[in-house]
Design a protein around this ligand. Structure first.
Ligand code: AMP
Length: 228
């Protein structure tokens, strides 16, 4: 099951990707997390990416594509994956299609998370991330049980440098300019599913996504067996 989560920053892609990854036992691949890890580790890639991330701009395609390719080629991705935050440009989408085609595969579904600008700003400005494991929290909507500490690994929770109000607006602008066009790209290929994520009840959205995955899988297996 190869799935992409598409949508503006703050739409809840990361939170849902984590839950779906656990439920379906497929890896969660977040391009943002991989880039932040590279920045933290001070690698060459991290050094190149840092400035773009802090300004709310997209990291150049080649850097992100290399990181994602390395990750998708690992053994645990043979069963599938949830890609969160990648692709973000048409050229990334085309590289992904080609890479999967070379592996004899293709994307099964792309979930487009539609959400209002107000929800995005509210979510991002209260968001906290575990510095150790990358888990997501929200000061009001998804608080950790011990303030400032991750429930999963005990790591320290931080606000992301790019979750400042002016950078949030810049990231939204970049999303409209460079990423939104992917909705049409995937609609054309018939694999787009829209999820309204304004609702704050996280488990309702997870159920909606999970049901859609099951229905699509069932349809595919019926078609595979020649039943219409
Ligand atoms: P995210 O955690 O998905 O919000 O990503 C944080 C930042 O990482 C973005 O604002 C970009 O600077 C960078 N980034 C993440 N994914 C990509 C991508 N697919 N293409 C370019 N830049 C990316």
């Amino acid at each position: 099951m190869m799935i992409v989560f598409l949508g503006p920053p703050g739409a809840g892609k990361g939170t849902q990707a984590e839950l779906i990854s656990k439920g379906k036992k497929i890896p969660h691949i977040s391009s943002g997390n991989l880039l932040r890890e590279a920045v933290e580790a001070g690698t060459e890639t991290g050094k190149k990416a840092r400035n773009y991330i802090e300004k709310g701009l997209l990291v150049p395609d080649q850097i992100v594509v290399d990181i994602i390719k390395d990750r998708i080629l690992k053994n645990d991705c043979k069963v599938g994956f949830v890609l969160d935050g990648f692709p973000r440009t048409l050229s990334q989408a085309k590289v992904l299609d080609e890479m999967l085609r070379n592996l004899g595969n293709s994307l099964d579904m792309v979930f487009y998370f539609s959400v209002s600008k107000e929800s995005v700003v509210q979510r991002l400005s209260g968001r906290l991330i575990c510095g150790a494991c990358g888990a997501n929290y929200h000061k009001i909507y998804v608080p950790s049980s011990k303030e400032g500490l991750c429930d999963k690994c005990g790591g320290k929770l931080n606000q992301r440098a790019d979750d400042k109000p002016e950078t949030i607006l810049e990231r939204l602008r970049v999303y409209h300019e460079q990423t939104e066009g992917l909705i049409g790209y995937y609609k054309k290929s018939g694999i787009l599913r829209e999820i309204s994520s304004d609702d704050r009840r996280i488990e309702m959205i997870t159920k909606n996504i999970s049901d859609t995955i099951e229905n699509t899988l069932q349809k595919k297996s019926l078609i595979g067996r020649g039943v219409n």
